[in-house]
Design a protein around this ligand. Structure first.
Ligand SMILES: C[S@@+](CC[C@H](N)C(=O)[O-])C[C@H]1O[C@@H](n2cnc3c(N)ncnc32)[C@H](O)[C@@H]1O
Length: 329
């Protein structure tokens, strides 16, 4: 806006011109002077207006500049927030994917555990059924020793019990003494058979003898100490029970092959068939426990190859069971 001085000056010029005309003492040079003054005033006014506009324009430009700067800052901030947001988003996605994977793995693990639990319940039920069957056949005279784990499982004992009750063998040989010595002892007592159990560990031989005594089965079950000694067949050497422990053992109708333990050597149970078969009656069954183990599969296959007179059947017992029969039944 023009300054106040210029506005006042223009007003004064106009007022003097008007007064001169109205007073009548009009000097003809006055209009020229006044016009010149007016023109000068108008010029000044225009200059002042121009300068004021220029200043306003500059102020406007400065303001626009400041706003642009502010906008740039806001833009940069938005940009950096956007980048942070993208990074955060990517991190969230990664974390979601990881969580997803963990949840899936968890489901798979729980599913696997559930399936194995179901299998274990099924296995336990089968063993319980066999145990209930066995218990219905005997009346124990002392607390019964445990089955499963290191000892034979009820399913194998039930099958052997069935064989004993059907074929009524005179002699039963057990390779590896323990709980089974007592259970087989009760069945043998019913049929009038004798059990000879070979044991390579003196402390377990003593423990088994104690058990047999506690159950009043000493007349039925004999636990024989039989250290493991080398036995040679072809190029193979095996560690098996001292053959002295077999003295007097005849008419064997059932052999429970549950020792020596696998850790004593490869195919540790192989010698049972070649060394005991000559002491068996025409009808005999060899029950090879733990037949699901790789080492006992080797034993089982070797028997099939070397002894065509025995027939193998495989049974889905808890630890795997192969039965080798000579003489039918
Ligand atoms: C596979 S276990 C089976 C023993 C036996 N036939 C049974 O079912 O109870 C083989 C070996 O276990 C050992 N053993 C015997 N009594 C044991 C006991 N109370 N605890 C741990 N091992 C025993 C003996 O050395 C035996 O030869």
């Amino acid at each position: 806006m023009p300054s106040r001085t210029i506005r006042v000056a223009a007003g004064v010029v106009i007022a003097i011109t008007a007064l001169s005309y109205s007073a009548g003492d009009f000097d003809p040079r006055l209009p020229v002077a006044l016009s010149a003054g007016f023109a000068a005033g108008t010029g000044c006014l225009a200059f002042a207006v121009g300068r004021s506009l220029t200043r306003a324009l500059r102020r406007g430009e400065a303001k626009v500049g400041r706003m642009c700067g502010e906008l740039n800052r806001v833009g940069r901030r938005v940009g950096s927030l956007e980048k942070k947001g993208e990074a955060r988003h990517a991190e969230c996605l990664r974390s979601l994917t990881r969580t997803d994977q963990l949840v899936e793995d968890g489901f798979e693990r729980v599913g696997g555990q559930h399936r194995s639990l179901e299998r274990e319940i099924g296995r336990s039920y089968t063993q319980f059924e066999a145990f209930a069957d066995l218990r219905s056949l005997i009346t124990p005279r002392a607390p019964l020793p445990p089955l499963r784990g290191w000892a034979a499982s009820p399913d194998v004992l039930r099958m052997m019990t069935g064989w004993i009750l059907r074929t009524r063998p005179k002699t039963i040989v057990e390779c590896g003494s323990g709980s089974s010595s007592v259970w087989l002892g009760y069945v043998a007592e019913r049929t009038g058979a004798k059990v000879v159990a070979l044991e390579h560990e003196p402390r377990y031989a003593e423990a088994s003898r104690d058990l047999v005594r506690a159950h009043g089965l000493s007349d039925v079950v004999e636990i024989r100490d039989a250290p493991l000694l080398p036995w040679l067949e072809g190029m193979e050497t095996y560690l098996w029970y001292d053959r002295e422990a077999l003295v007097g053992v005849e008419d064997v109708g059932l052999v429970f092959v549950d020792g020596p333990p696998g850790a004593t050597g490869p195919a540790a149970r192989y010698p049972a068939l070649p060394l005991l078969l000559p002491r068996c009656s025409e009808q005999v069954a060899f029950f090879l426990d733990d037949a699901a183990r790789a080492d006992d599969k080797v034993v089982s296959d070797r028997w099939v190859l070397r002894f065509p007179e025995v027939t193998r059947t495989t049974h889905p017992a808890e630890k795997g069971l192969d039965v080798f029969v000579r003489g039918g039944m």
